[in-house]
Design a protein around this ligand. Structure first.
Ligand code: C2E
Ligand code: CA
Ligand code: CA
Length: 623
């Protein structure tokens, strides 16, 4: 296998060979002069100089990073001839000196030949095509020379020389195998035997150089398994590892011969395909293969008697010679892959410029969000929650960001970005503090609610200082009575986390009187057993189900099931996103306790909420 290390090694040897020939060569010139063979020795030295100049040229022409595969192959061929030529010259000087009558020269010639063979077997060990012919080229004349002496000691020496030839070949071979093994380890992933990230990036760079020369296109597929972590966490790493191996086996089965697959790390794989002269054909091929993979990888796996199901999200991008940086194409495929994840996983997307500009927009939001906090651009709105009598019993705090540059930015846009960058911790604390102040102010103004809901992002919840931070803020702004009104809304994605730790944090906060609500219920993938284990107090039926109530039999069944289940598990239930009286009627009929939605009120700024509350209080008028 010829990777960067191989080429770099060969490249370095060129200078060593030149050095080992030019300098000692002068000595041979001198010996030739002393022994009356100056002219042939001089011609020989001129040839050494000529080959050295060629070698220097080769040395200079090499640049692994920018050479295409074809050019590199060409360089390698020339390099092979250069090395053969050098050792051929050393054999010639042997023949020249051993042909002279002076015995001193014979000794020198013999030593030269043995020395050159040792040099060849050590310096050329990385490449069988180099060391094998060279060792033969140098040693066979020596064996023959000893044989030609005709005396018994000549035969013995000939035998010794043959043995030495074998030893040199053997040692070069062993070194070669070791090098191959080391190179394999350095370029492959131990678990799956696929190429590793480092090798792949090198390879991709090469491909881009080649594509740059030919003006062709190829594709890159970035494959990420969905919820692989859950398998690892629930069944252990052994099962996870074996699942990965099965996935790889299937992957290799399903892709065309000439694709290169690598494991980028964890459950992430990357593939490059063959070359296409037409971009559209290339895109189509990439999508076809990806779709086949999405379907193929989804088939159940059997690992240790477990039937496992796993899907994949694939991001595709088109590579060409247009850009110098391999990482950029990986980044593009990554963006496309994240798009698949964001759209619900289990699918494939081709990267496009629109995605790129969205990512750029996200970066802008990320940048501005840092200032938004300190500049007071982040506020809270409050959406009323009503009971069956039409009384306002609670409020959900919803964050709002008005940026002087970008205008109104919805939380669905900036919360994921804040989560991604970690700013959610600071932002979340700000939201908690603002909410607590409002709760306190309302209490002081005589606005008494049963519950005050705050959305807690998973990233914020699992931050190690979360519980301590909440305790601090509760102490600063609230008292025991007010703390009992707090309802933290978490989402089902929290169960993908370390569930033991999540429960621990929840229990710690429960000692303050804080309650927990499962937000967006029914949209995630949580199982009933999780629902039972988490110390929950409330469930919020996702508004997707509520809004589909009028249309869809299945959603009606879903809502009644959730309502029944909440009853059995003794959980409060809030229907969110109630927009019409029909939806409300259905929910009332089926025993839902609390309601929230545009039908009653949109999320309101603090003072407007206060007026809404007053207008609804007094004698209950029903819904
Ligand atoms: P969510 O927690 O499910 O919040 C309910 C969302 O539904 C809110 O959107 C609310 O304005 C909207 N909504 C309420 N009633 C109706 C209705 O009748 N019809 C329709 N079509 N929509 C209704 P919003 O404020 O844009 O928030 C969206 C999401 O952003 C929230 O979903 C929540 O996941 C996140 N979010 C909002 N505020 C915060 C926050 O302070 N912290 C965190 N971590 N996330 C927040
Ligand atoms: Ca919520
Ligand atoms: Ca919700």
């Amino acid at each position: 296998m010829k990777d960067k290390r191989f080429y770099d090694f060969l490249h370095r040897q060129i200078l060593v060979l030149i050095f080992l020939s030019l300098l000692p060569g002068l000595g041979y010139l001198f010996l030739g002069w002393l022994n009356g063979v100056f002219v042939p020795a001089f011609v020989w030295y001129l040839l050494i100089v000529a080959v050295s100049i060629w070698g220097r040229q080769l040395y200079r022409n090499f640049d692994f990073g920018t050479m295409s595969e074809r050019r590199r192959e060409g360089w390698y061929r020339q390099c092979t001839w250069f090395i053969y030529a050098f050792f051929l010259l050393w054999m010639l000087i042997f023949l020249l000196y051993v042909g002279q009558s002076a015995t001193k020269l014979h000794y020198i010639a013999i030593f030269t030949e043995i020395g050159a063979s040792v040099v060849a077997s050590s310096l050329l060990a990385s490449d069988k095509r180099l060391f094998r012919p060279t060792i033969f080229l140098l040693m066979v004349p020596l064996i023959v020379y000893f044989l030609l002496i005709g005396e018994w000691y000549g035969h013995v020496l000939s035998l010794f020389a043959a043995t030495l030839t074998w030893v040199l070949l053997y040692s070069a071979n062993s070194t070669h195998q070791l090098l191959m093994k080391a190179s394999h380890q350095a370029t492959h992933d131990a678990l799956t035997s696929l190429y590793n990230r480092q090798y792949f990036i090198e390879h991709l760079q090469q491909r881009m150089n080649s594509l740059g020369e030919s003006g062709e296109y190829s594709y890159l597929l970035l494959i990420d398994l969905d919820h692989f972590k859950t398998v690892n966490d629930s069944l252990g790493h052994d099962v996870g590892d074996r699942l990965l191996q099965s996935v790889v086996a299937r992957l290799e089965q399903q892709i065309p011969e000439n694709c290169v697959v690598a494991r980028l790390g964890g459950d992430e794989f990357i593939i490059t395909g063959s070359d296409f002269s037409d971009r559209q054909a290339c895109e189509q091929a990439a999508l076809d293969i990806s779709e086949r993979l999405v379907v193929g990888l989804k088939e159940p796996y059997i690992v240790d008697q477990h039937h496992l199901y796993i899907s994949a999200s694939i991001g595709a991008s088109i590579i060409s010679g247009r850009c110098a940086n391999a990482n950029r194409f990986i980044k593009e495929a990554d963006i496309a892959m994240y798009e698949v994840k964001a759209k619900g996983r289990d699918g494939v997307f081709m990267f496009n410029e629109e995605m790129a500009s969205r990512v750029e927009g996200n970066l802008e939001i990320e940048r501005l969000l840092h200032f938004a906090l300190s500049d007071g651009e982040i506020t809270l709105h409050y959406q009323p929650q009503l009971n069956r009598d039409g009384r306002v019993i609670g409020a959900e705090a919803l964050v709002r960001w008005h940026s002087p540059i970008l205008g109104e930015i919805p939380p669905t846009r900036f919360i994921p970005i804040a989560e991604h960058t970690g700013l959610i911790v600071e932002l979340g604390n700000h939201i908690l503090e603002t909410g607590f102040r409002t709760l306190r102010a309302w209490h002081d103004a005589g606005i008494e609610l049963d519950q005050f809901s705050l959305n807690i992002s998973m990233r914020q919840f699992t931050h190690h200082a979360f519980a301590a931070q909440v305790e601090k803020l509760v102490q600063r702004h609230l008292d025991q009575v007010l703390a009992r009104k707090l309802m933290f809304e978490i989402t089902e994605s929290i169960v993908a986390e370390d569930i033991q730790r999540v429960i621990l944090v929840m229990k710690r906060l429960k000692t303050l009187g804080i309650r927990f609500s499962m937000d967006d219920f029914g949209t995630g993938y949580s199982s009933l057993s999780y629902l039972n284990r988490l110390p929950l107090d409330e469930i919020k039926i996702d508004r997707a189900f509520v809004s589909a109530l009028g249309l869809n039999e299945g959603d009606r069944a879903m809502v009644t099931t959730i309502l029944n289940m909440a009853g059995i598990l003794k959980l409060n239930i809030v229907a969110e996103g109630v927009e019409t009286s029909e939806q409300l009627d259905f929910l009332l009929q089926h025993g839902c306790q609390f309601f929230q939605g545009y039908y009653f009120s949109r999320p309101l700024p603090q003072e407007q909420f206060e007026s809404y509350f007053s207008s609804r209080s007094g004698t209950p008028s029903g819904l």
